[in-house]
Design a protein. Structure first.
Length: 280
């Protein structure tokens, strides 16, 4: 085995382990993908997770400087085809192999910069943020799922964007307390979270439901290698969404809604049965 090949394989553990440490739910869904797709999706998640950590977590450090250096290192890794940062090395391998559109990366990094400079969003900046932080991640994954089939990629683009958007908006609803109280962020436009009403919540949930509906229609047409794993991730987030819908607006501001581990096992089992019976 060549030295570079050994390095490639060693760094693969970093993105895989990062995913496992930060999201057991996504890790479980990724393991349900075809083996050819698992590592590239781990590589995308590891990159996105580390960028998100900079803007959300490292409060005792100069986050602007950290993100700027992360951007420089990312673009350098892509151009040189190597990085001594294991997460960036894995990301560049996957990004370059699947010929992912660089504009998607630009949009993602812009959304991370927005997290450092904006606390309140209007309709335009909200849509820009959702596109960069979530929809482009769905598109990056779609590049991997389609494995070079450009016609298939173009057909499934709207549903991939909607799936990413739905996941992100559910995260926003689930994390309103942490974002509003801890980070003074208010992603949803035209909402007063100090007086969050049922009408506000209903409007947000209607938008999310529309995203989920578009996403599910596309999942049914994904390549077989990807379909079941993506469907399980969909079912997990949709179950979380349904649980949030039952909660009073004031309760969302007081607690973080989650799916317990036994619930995740049930979701997996039910999704497996529906998949085998072609019921989705």
């Amino acid at each position: 085995m060549s030295t570079l090949k050994l390095y490639d394989e060693a760094t693969a553990y970093s993105s895989k382990y990062t995913t496992l440490m930060y999201s057991s739910s996504f890790s479980s869904a990724i393991k349900l993908l075809h083996k050819d797709l698992r590592q590239p999706i781990f590589d995308i998640y590891g990159f996105v997770r580390f960028a998100d950590e900079i803007v959300d977590t490292f409060h005792d450090y100069d986050k602007v400087a950290l993100l700027q250096q992360f951007k420089i290192d990312t673009y350098q890794a892509l151009s040189q085809g190597i990085s001594m940062n294991p997460i960036l090395h894995r990301f560049q391998l996957t990004f370059n192999k699947y010929k992912i559109d660089p504009a998607l990366l630009d949009a993602f990094l812009l959304s991370m910069e927005m997290d450092l400079s904006k606390q309140h969003y209007d309709d335009q900046t909200y849509n820009t943020y959702i596109y960069g932080s979530a929809e482009v991640v769905g598109l990056m994954c779609l590049y991997i799922f389609c494995e070079g089939n450009q016609a298939q990629f173009e057909e499934l683009k709207p549903s991939a964007k909607s799936l990413g958007a739905a996941f992100q908006k559910v995260n926003f609803l689930r994390d309103i307390k942490a974002d509003f109280e801890g980070l003074d962020r208010m992603y949803f436009p035209n909402c007063d979270f100090s007086n969050f009403s049922q009408a506000d919540k209903d409007k947000i949930e209607e938008d999310i439901q529309n995203d989920f509906s578009i996403a599910l229609a596309g999942i049914k047409h994904l390549p077989l290698k990807a379909r079941f794993g993506v469907y399980v991730a969909f079912k997990y987030y949709y179950s979380l969404f349904k649980k949030i819908k039952k909660v009073h607006p004031h309760s969302i501001l007081k607690t973080r809604i989650r799916i317990p581990d036994y619930g995740k096992i049930f979701i997996l089992a039910k999704a497996s049965i529906r998949s085998q019976l072609n019921l989705f």
